[in-house]
Design a protein around this ligand. Structure first.
Ligand code: APR
Length: 169
């Protein structure tokens, strides 16, 4: 699996799966969640209403609707509370569960935003290192996913993600 950084708006990517940093309601919000719902269109919200929410660390699959991406994996990252509240384990779960759902639809390419690094306040350096470490773990044989994009929405995040990849997480 090839992991690389890409800087820009995740909703513009033509990949099999884009990952949404959602909240437990799955009913939309600000940040990347708001951008994805705006770009996917109102059918996404209708679809999400029927999912009944998603616990932190878990992930749910939806169609991409008006997005170029075929699917969206909605995952709920932990809110940073200082680091002693299981945040790292829950963030790692987000990446693993999202990847597993992408594999379940034979996705070859997946793009992740910096889950929890915005409103949820997770320190970007820690989150970036964790993401690279988890995404570098061996995958089941036959896993279709070949390309992983870590999407930076700022130059600062771009540098942080490049650094995490350079050091292997
Ligand atoms: N494309 C790529 N990345 C983006 C985009 C975008 N269009 N918009 C924002 N980001 C980046 C942010 O800069 C940040 O680095 O996504 C990262 C995650 O930030 P948030 O979107 O705030 O997500 P998170 O910190 O996980 O908080 C989730 O915020 O939007 C609400 O409904 C969401 O309640 C949930 C909470």
């Amino acid at each position: 699996m090839h992991i690389q950084v890409w800087q820009g708006d995740i909703t513009s990517l033509e990949v099999d799966v884009i990952v949404n940093a959602a909240n437990e309601s799955l009913l939309g919000g600000g940040g990347v969640d708001g951008a994805i719902h705006r770009a996917a269109g109102p059918e996404l919200l209708e679809y999400c209403r029927r999912l009944g929410g998603c616990p932190t660390g878990e992930a749910r699959l939806t169609p991409g609707f008006n997005l170029l991406a075929r699917f969206i994996v909605h995952t709920v990252g932990p809110v940073w509370q200082g680091g002693q509240h299981d945040e790292a384990r829950l963030l790692a779960k987000c990446y693993r569960n999202a990847l597993a759902l992408a594999e379940s639809v034979d996705a070859h390419s997946i793009a992740f935003p910096a889950i929890s690094c915005g409103v949820y306040g997770y320190p970007a350096e820690h989150a970036a290192a964790l993401a690279v470490k988890v995404l570098s773990e061996p995958r089941p044989t036959g896993s279709a996913v070949q390309s992983v994009l870590l999407v930076a929405y700022s130059e600062a995040m771009h540098q942080i993600l490049e650094q995490a990849i350079a050091t292997g997480g």
